[in-house]
Design a protein around this ligand. Structure first.
Ligand code: HEM
Length: 205
């Protein structure tokens, strides 16, 4: 889980960086150039298969871990230990993961699927900046994206440190440093993503 999770973290960094080009305030020129490269480069398109494979694998691993944990204790505790033993986000990884999955289904249907369809059967490529601009005029869609970013943040807060621990990097010496990097990453990346729909519904209208 930690390795597939780290691969997805790398993807998020690249995706966030490319999308953040919308803040260059040049009517999407820089963003569309970067999106064109990402959407047509042979190596990136090949890595895309890996991305979907790792995403699927991460979900299957997460679900199997969740059900294994459940079945380990067929008779539940009479009193739940609640927050005494674990923070709520740690116990909610499955719920947050499911919310992210629901967000991803909507998200891929919004951008990825229509663009790949256009590239394969249509006139070429869609203008992703215009697509974003149009889509994010709908407050319901903006709310769904903000929910997705919020779920992602909490999922990462636990997932990042957990991955490091599994890889043996969460030892005493580096514990506080890794925790700080994890918190910073988990807040900054989803925040930058969240600012995108907010930007289009406000000042990039
Ligand atoms: C909230 C702001 C976001 C915006 C505006 C955005 C925008 C886009 C766009 C335009 C594409 C299509 C790229 C293409 O045609 O190749 C895309 C693809 C994708 N996005 Fe996002 N995205 C956002 C957040 C996220 C988040 C938070 C995740 C993950 C949790 C995510 C996961 C993906 C995936 C898996 C793909 C398909 C991968 C690919 O194109 O190779 N996105 N996104």
């Amino acid at each position: 889980m930690s390795l597939t999770g780290l691969f997805l973290i790398l993807f998020l960094i690249v995706h966030c960086y490319v999308n953040a080009q919308i803040f260059m305030m040049d009517d999407g020129k820089s963003f569309n150039e970067a999106a064109h490269f990402m959407g047509t480069n042979f190596i990136i398109r090949t890595v895309e298969f890996g991305l979907f494979f790792f995403l699927g694998l991460h979900i299957v691993q997460g679900l199997s871990l969740y059900f294994k944990n459940q079945s380990r204790r067929p008779v539940k505790y009479a009193v739940s230990a609640g927050n005494k033993t674990s923070k709520w986000y740690s116990r909610s990884m499955a719920i947050l993961g499911t919310l992210i999955l629901l967000f991803l289904v909507v998200h891929l249907a919004n951008f990825w699927a229509p663009n790949r369809y256009e590239q394969t059967f249509g006139a070429g490529e869609k203008d992703m900046y215009i697509e974003m601009k149009n889509l994010f005029q709908n407050p319901i869609i903006v709310a769904i994206y903000l929910m997705g970013c919020f779920s992602l943040a909490w999922h990462l807060v636990h997932g990042f440190y957990s991955a490091m621990q599994t890889l043996g990097l969460g030892t005493h010496k580096y514990k506080s440093m890794i925790k700080s990097i994890g918190w910073a990453f988990s807040i900054i990346v989803p925040l930058v993503f969240a600012l995108m729909p907010i930007a289009f519904i406000t000042f990039l209208k």
